[in-house]
Design a protein around this ligand. Sequence first.
Ligand code: F0G
Length: 352
Amino acid sequence: MYEGLLKQYKDYLPITDQTPMISLAEGNTPLIPLHSLSKELGITLYGKYEGLNPTGSFKDRGMVMAVAKAVEEGAKAIVCASTGNTSAAAAAYATRAGVKAYVVIPDGKIAMGKLAQAIIYGADIISIPGNFDEALKAVRDIAKTEAVALVNSVNPYRLEGQKTAAFEVCEQLGQAPDVLAIPVGNAGNISAYWKGFKEWHDKKGTLLPRMHGFEAEGAAAIVKGEVIEQPETIATAIRIGNPASWKLAEAARDESKGHIDSVTDEEILNAYRKVAAQDGVFVEPGSAASLAGVIQHVKSGKIKQGETVVAVFTGNGLKDPDTAINATEVKISKMSDLEEMRMHLRNGVSEL
Ligand code: F0G
């Protein structure tokens, strides 16, 4: 039986005899071949579907490790700032480990499903009028004076857990892809993947991919080379103007001969609708930044025809039902009559 990341990758993680082996069976997510998009783009494209983690995002990988270490070190409470997914994961793993979670979120700028998760898992939820960057600054300060463990990705154990996704990609493909495309918000995940690919390269001899990271245009601090004071994007998960792992992300880009570019909200929404409608995979808008970037880079030639590309789909589309409904033309035909229904189907089917 699969028992989660701490057991699966014990030898590659900072685990001691004292580390509690907590698990919600996170990790082991599918690498889904995207047939329709592959054909259209002229590449071999896969989605690493992190939305199938227990709380619906990749955050579970880092959180299981960070919470286990916090408990090992005697913490009774954890704290994080979050655009939503980190708070959901923190709340779930805190419950699992028997500690309390405090989560700090930007008021009104978190997707409904994520808020619902923090509520149902029983976190102490604090909402602030500022954005994620301000929330992160606040919790970093608070963790210095209070007896709480900070579990944002500035906690190195988070990146340790998250690097396991790169291990899985290599195991699933039997090799690293040519390109790993990934959304960039606080820039922890791109840094974690790169660490993972390098470790697998050293231990298993797999190749190294080019890392292609994508920020939302209204929050593209790394691309523009400056802090964005008021980041804005429909992809609230990556609405971040001062990424904590900025330097690590640039190192991943440069060492791998990759790129960090930006995608517009329009490109994000286009990719978001396309992957659901053409390949049957529902991701959240922030996650669609990776695919939006792949489409952009195929056009610009930064990704070449025939290359193998893995796009990381960081979170589940069900997290943000409002965007799914508001950003798509909703076609619902109201009918209460069986004959009307029959004709509707008959006409529809005859056109196929
Ligand atoms: N995709 C999703 C769905 C996310 O929730 C995040 C970050 C990212 C991508 C970007 O990853 O920050 O490592 O570059 N969400 C954080 C949160 C900030 O609070 O849930 P990153």
